[in-house]
Design a protein around this ligand. Structure first.
Ligand SMILES: N[C@@H](CCC(=O)N[C@@H](CS)C(=O)NCC(=O)O)C(=O)O
Length: 305
């Protein structure tokens, strides 16, 4: 299999969800450091516009969003597994709940306390990214609310751990642990290991030490230009379109795909892959040749062109 290449930056919590997953799988991978704001001139040739962090590249296949990145890692590196047998739906549902519900208030807890440190370029970028003005005064004022929300939601995970199990689903770490580690790690990185509300959540604090011990796998740094050359030299893996997909979409149609929440930049191309889990489009760029960009279905808006 061609190497896993992760395009990411050190302080990205969604990137940490993948990095800790690579640790769980004890995987060897290549790392490309990308800017944390636009422009991202060496990422756009690969994604065609998708700008979020992280992005995974395997040869000429580009995987957007950690929901799909983790599924693809599981498919390519099945052991040790993220998705315990018979509990795949449950673990993915818990992961969605964490990604979509806990991440935002947890980021609010951090931002309300560090927002003043960011420069104008970051504030402008994040205003565009989220569709809401990056306003440090508003963020500071929101601290009590976002801390309450984070505490209430983390408490559900604390309850899952209350029978003494080592990880969210039991004795072994799973995708749900990688997802929970994202907001916990982000708070710990910025505010300290037992910053509020983690100071009231002893089981999550102890669990986070077990997660940290998984490490990040075997990482090798490469340049963005090397990654583009790898894409150019490779061919995308074969894909197929489910002709009976409820959307009615057909192979070869020109479509655009974009996230439904933040960073809403549409990526256009030709439909080459479709299943319940993913939608894949072929595109061409002078710097990388033919690539296929893959997105999850949940949380993405598809339009015919
Ligand atoms: N649903 C996405 C969320 C990714 C996300 O929001 N990433 C943040 C960084 S942690 C981001 O893209 N921020 C703007 C940027 O990096 O340009 C996923 O699961 O990958």
């Amino acid at each position: 299999m061609p190497d896993v290449i992760l395009h990411h930056y050190a302080l990205s919590p969604f990137a940490e969800k993948v990095r800790i997953g690579l640790g769980l799988k004890q995987a060897a991978w290549k790392s490309v450091d990308i800017p944390n704001i636009m422009p991202k001139p060496d990422l756009m040739p690969l994604t065609g516009g998708y700008r979020k962090t992280p992005v995974m590249q395997i040869g000429a296949d580009i995987y957007c969003d950690t929901q799909l990145i983790m599924l693809e890692l599981e498919r390519r590196l099945p052991s040790p597994t993220f998705l315990p047998k018979g509990r795949e739906g449950e673990v993915r549902a818990i992961t969605m709940w964490i990604d979509r519900n806990i991440f935002s208030p947890a980021v609010g807890v951090v931002m309300s306390q560090v927002a003043d440190k960011f420069g104008e370029a970051f504030k402008k970028d994040r205003s565009e990214f989220s569709g809401r003005s990056f306003d440090p005064a508003r963020m500071r004022a929101a601290l009590p609310f976002v801390r309450d929300q984070t505490y209430a939601l983390f408490s559900l995970a604390e309850t899952m751990l209350s029978d003494g199990r080592a990880f969210v689903l039991g004795a072994e770490p799973s995708l749900a642990d990688c997802a929970l580690y994202n907001p916990v790690w982000f708070i710990q990185q910025h505010l300290g290991a037992t910053a509020s509300p983690l100071d009231r959540l002893p089981r999550i604090s102890a669990w986070s030490e077990r997660m940290k011990a998984l490490g990040n796998g075997k990482r090798q740094d490469i340049t963005a230009v090397e990654a583009l050359e790898i894409a150019k030299a490779a061919k995308p893996a074969p894909t197929s379109v489910d002709a009976n997909d409820p959307s009615g979409l057909k192979a070869g149609q020109k479509i655009s795909v974009m996230p439904d929440d933040t960073g809403k930049v549409p990526v256009s191309g030709e439909l080459v892959g479709l299943s319940a889990d993913r939608i894949s489009i072929a595109r061409n760029d002078a710097r990388v040749g033919d690539v296929v960009v893959h997105f999850p279905r949940a949380g993405f808006i598809v339009q015919t062109l």
